[in-house]
Design a protein around this ligand. Structure first.
Ligand SMILES: NC(=O)c1ccc[n+]([C@@H]2O[C@H](COP(=O)([O-])OP(=O)(O)OC[C@H]3O[C@@H](n4cnc5c(N)ncnc54)[C@H](OP(=O)(O)O)[C@@H]3O)[C@@H](O)[C@H]2O)c1
Length: 171
């Protein structure tokens, strides 16, 4: 689940604070979706950008991928906030074995790319905000990916034209 500009940027240049340019309607839709997710996975840079607004909850497990989990021992809350270094395939297999059947991946682009490349994403929820940045991080890390999608639904969130697109990943 991601929010981007019309030209596919998920951050404005070097500023990791997405709430400076995203709509309040997207933020509230995202928070609502997060509150219903029992398993949330993100990359370390996304964690660093969002940690001040993350509210831990004993019914939700957040996993942050990093090559250096030991750097985050003091942030760790077992069962609620964990830091791991694993390939997406191994992570998904282990979580499946533990009984999870759904996982919400919330970025960023480096992490999205790995899960898409390993064919571990079955749905993409993308909010498109009606604006363009010339530079910034793209929705998916620049690389050779070719993935067919099928639009499942689209919803307009406000009068300016923020749109939520839900796609099924076909291959
Ligand atoms: N607009 C949106 O919806 C949205 C959503 C999320 C994030 N963002 C923005 O995107 C930016 C971050 O995106 P990003 O692509 O630069 O970074 P990212 O994907 O959030 O994090 C990348 C880091 O995650 C770790 N990582 C990823 N896969 C791993 C694996 N398999 N094993 C071990 N570690 C792994 C590595 O951390 P280490 O370097 O610690 O090893 C890697 O450097 C931030 O500015 C954030 O605000 C925007």
């Amino acid at each position: 689940m991601m929010v981007s500009t019309m030209n596919g940027k998920i951050t404005d240049t070097n500023d990791p604070d997405i709430y400076k340019w995203t709509s309040k309607e997207d933020k509230s839709a995202f928070m609502k979706y997060i509150s219903k997710s029992s398993l949330i996975v993100m990359g370390r840079k996304t964690y660093e950008a969002a940690k001040n607004i993350i509210r831990l909850n004993k019914n939700q497990r957040r996993i942050v991928l990093t090559k250096d989990p030991h750097n985050y021992i003091s942030d760790e809350v077992p069962g609620q906030l964990e830091f791991m270094s694993k390939t997406p395939k191994n992570l998904v297999k282990e979580l499946n074995d533990e009984g999870y059947s759904q996982m919400l991946l919330v970025g960023g682009s480096t992490t999205n790319f790995q899960f898409l490349q390993e064919e571990l994403v079955n749905e993409i929820h993308l909010t498109v905000e009606p604006l363009i940045f010339g530079s910034g991080v793209s929705f998916i890390d620049e690389a050779e990916l070719k993935i067919q999608l099928q639009l499942k639904s689209m919803k307009r969130l406000n009068s300016r034209g923020t749109i939520v697109l839900k796609y099924k990943v076909l291959n």
